[in-house]
Design a protein around this ligand. Structure first.
Ligand code: ADP
Length: 425
């Protein structure tokens, strides 16, 4: 310990002063180091996000051609395929969809691990959400002769505070598993109750072969499929890992119980939300942007701005299914803007990642001119990052379709926009 004279001389004061200066210098260096470390961490985080966005885009782009063209082969009514060709095409589509699922799940997992999964919690009524999820799964359940019994009361809203899309993803994972890992002719039961801690619990129970007690924890580990591969049940082994992380990010929890030979029960618990004011709730149709596909007989002009020739060819081929549409194509945004000025199309399909000017900048320019301001513009992009989708929609894109294109959804969206336009003409 430093001795300090109670009656300091000038020498003592100089010494104390120099000690203090030293101390200040050490502290400010430590502060500088901390700021530098924080900046480095932020940079690394940003690089991770950019890498994920890029990976997502790069992987989806070739999938767009693979899945798009094979769907077209299946849909082609003029040149019908032979039975063996049909079988091959359906194998390509099946494998392609599996690969796409894997890409989506791996990207979700990396996003969670990088701490980059952003959720938008809101009050979500479980009743319609479960109905929607069950009806989506019904064809798959029927194929496996599994019946789904939803015992959740329909008369009152059951509201949780959760991210709508991610909760749907979690419920879909649990319900798909309950159907997939069930016996032929089995049953899936959905129940809900208020848990003692005030949270809302939803249980998905099945009558499948069950999971041994000592393996229950392992099913939440990434890529652990237990014996599923051996029995030829398709899957990636990441669904439950993602579901658990998503539910926990929503301040909820998930648990599993199982009796071998009788079945399994998966329960998620989520914070309770507040029921909406009955007068202000938007309808489901509004939310989904769906409307009647009635399209007038008038030739509709659609402009597609896209630099990738395979994507361009795919959309050209798909739109042959809509003979009333005349398609204009531009490989760059600048040319797209010129065509838009000259032809004032009814609809513009815009890739986002374009050489030179990107799709967002092109939309801005379209909105600045009187003649093109009101043309609906649909973004068509392989970038599936939620942040980018939200940014595009906030900037005024009518909707955002993610590549690989799902042909039916693509056509429905176009029909809805053109139908709405001709109705208002
Ligand atoms: P995937 O179904 O793609 O393999 P999941 O992460 O959803 O991946 O599930 C991991 C594993 O847990 C499955 O492969 C399966 O072995 C087991 N599993 C999940 N749900 C059930 C269930 N309801 N009944 C029996 N086993 C299940």
């Amino acid at each position: 310990m430093e001795f300090i004279n109670p009656n300091p001389t000038i020498f003592d004061l100089r010494r104390i002063n120099s000690l203090l200066e030293n101390e200040i210098a050490i502290r400010s260096q430590a502060e500088k180091d901390a700021i530098l470390a924080k900046e480095e961490a932020e940079k690394a985080n940003q690089a991770k996000s950019e890498f994920l966005a890029r990976m997502s885009h790069e992987l989806r782009t070739p999938m767009n051609a693979i899945l798009g063209f094979s769907q077209l082969l299946e849909l082609n009514r003029e040149e019908t395929l032979s039975p063996s060709q049909k079988k091959s095409v359906s194998q390509i589509i099946r494998a392609g969809n599996h690969l796409l699922e894997l890409i989506n799940e791996i990207l979700d997992l990396s996003r969670i691990e990088a701490g980059k999964m952003t959720l938008s919690p809101e009050n979500v009524d479980l009743v319609p959400l479960l109905e929607e999820t069950v009806s989506f799964l019904l064809p798959f359940a029927q194929q496996r002769k599994v019946s789904i019994v939803d015992t959740v009361p329909k008369s009152i809203p059951i509201v949780v505070f959760a991210d709508f899309t991610r909760l749907k993803q979690a419920l879909l994972n649990l319900l798909t598993n309950a159907v997939k890992y069930n016996n032929l002719g089995g049953t899936v039961v959905i129940e809900s109750r208020t848990a003692p801690d005030g949270k809302i619990a939803v249980t998905v129970a099945d009558t499948g072969p069950g999971i041994p007690q000592d393996k229950l924890a392992a099913i939440f580990e990434p890529f652990n499929r237990l014996e599923a591969d051996r029995y030829g049940v398709e899957g990636t082994g990441i669904g439950l890992t993602i579901t658990k992380s998503l539910i926990e990010l929503m301040d909820g929890s998930i648990s599993a119980e199982s009796v071998v030979g009788q079945g399994s029960r998966f329960t998620i618990e989520l914070p309770m939300g507040k029921a909406a004011d009955p007068g202000v709730e938007p309808s489901d149709a509004d939310r989904a942007g769906l409307s009647s596909p009635a399209v007038s007989e008038r030739k509709n002009v659609v402009l597609y701005v896209e630099d990738n020739p395979a994507n361009m060819d795919l959309v050209k081929d798909i739109l042959l299914l809509r003979p009333h549409i005349q398609l204009l194509c531009a490989p760059q945004a600048r040319m797209g803007l010129d065509l838009a000025q000259a032809h004032v199309p009814d609809l513009i399909l815009m890739d986002i990642h374009l050489p030179g000017m990107d799709g967002l900048a092109a939309l801005k320019q379209l909105r600045e001119s009187d003649s093109t301001r009101n043309i609906p513009v649909i973004a068509l992009s392989a970038n599936a990052m939620e942040r980018c989708v939200r940014k595009a929609l906030d900037q005024g894109f009518h909707s955002y379709l993610i590549k690989p294109i799902h042909v039916e959804t693509f056509l429905q969206t176009i029909d809805a926009v053109l139908g709405r336009m001709s109705a208002s003409k």
